[in-house]
Design a binder for this molecule. Sequence first.
Ligand SMILES: [Zn+2]
Length: 369
Amino acid sequence: MSYWKPLRLRTLPTACIVLVACLSFPSLVAVAQQAQIGRDQALEAFAAMQPIDVHVHVFKTDPTFQTLLERLHLTLQDILVVDDTLAYRKQLEAQITDAWALVRLSHGHVFLCTTFDPYKFAEPSFDVDAVKQIDRDFAQGAVAVKIWKNIGMEIKNPDGKFIMPDDPKFAPIYKDIARHGKTLMTHVAEPDVAWGPPDPSDPSWSYYQENPQWFLYNKPGFPSKRQILDARDHVLAENPDLRMVGVHLGSMEKNLDEIGAHFDRYPNFAVDMAARMEYLMIAPPAKVRAFLIKYQDRVLYGTDLDLVATANVQESLEEWQSTYARDWKFLATGQTFEYAGRKVQGLELPTPVLQKIFRSNALHWIPGL
Ligand SMILES: [Zn+2]
């Protein structure tokens, strides 16, 4: 595995300095070396899969970031979202322009999942304009289209009703994506905890502390999670030729049986694991393992990692590497480890299953990657 050697050579001087500096604290040296070796070995094995992370949000080009992609043999799908609460994310065309710059500079490591602007829903030419724009993006190499939770949980019709994923105005867009053989990435609804009751032990709880606009407990008038997911399922049933990846475990993060039932019912449906690995880590390990083996062709690896324009790149890259190492340890090894104050049991999935989750399922479900 010659690709790993340059990293080792580069980190060698640092390792020597740490070793010399810590000679008077032998126990600290042992602990630091153990932790470091664990992560490096995990990242090395992860890189050997030529992994594809189908769910990231990168808003910055940076040479050290590119070096990480090359070192980890990593391919990314960069996903765009129009979010009217953030100045930059409100501007779709600026996001698309920046994303193409990132894709071009990545030497084949980054691919684009575009989106359309759902806040223009009430405009008479909404569907025609959206199709025109995504066709332009497909022509330039976009591999997929994303819809986001603002459909179902935020944007309203002029008549005051929440627009849902199966609104007839979206039908020409879905047909167009299917006709081009592209993939629809759906982030609709949220984890159960968004509808309450409050639960500080839930892995997503801190997100709602920071983003209370999406916490719907005691807020009357919003659609139920069931209504939103039913609308998503309606799209699956109405568009059997449309490949759909339900991101974040299809928002069924606490119910593997329900995800499996969806796979059985809809052959055009797969899920990604982005930002929901912790739910799998707290579920019974034997059940998660059996699920991932039974549905080994339907689950794609994704993280929801981001690199925002204002990011401290070094800190972000630490987080990226820790996440990849953690996920590798959880899915591929049989070791137990601590994460977020919990003891996690590694699943030790068979290598052919790991190859599907970390790479080949992405190639199958999102052609063009
Ligand atoms: Zn995301």
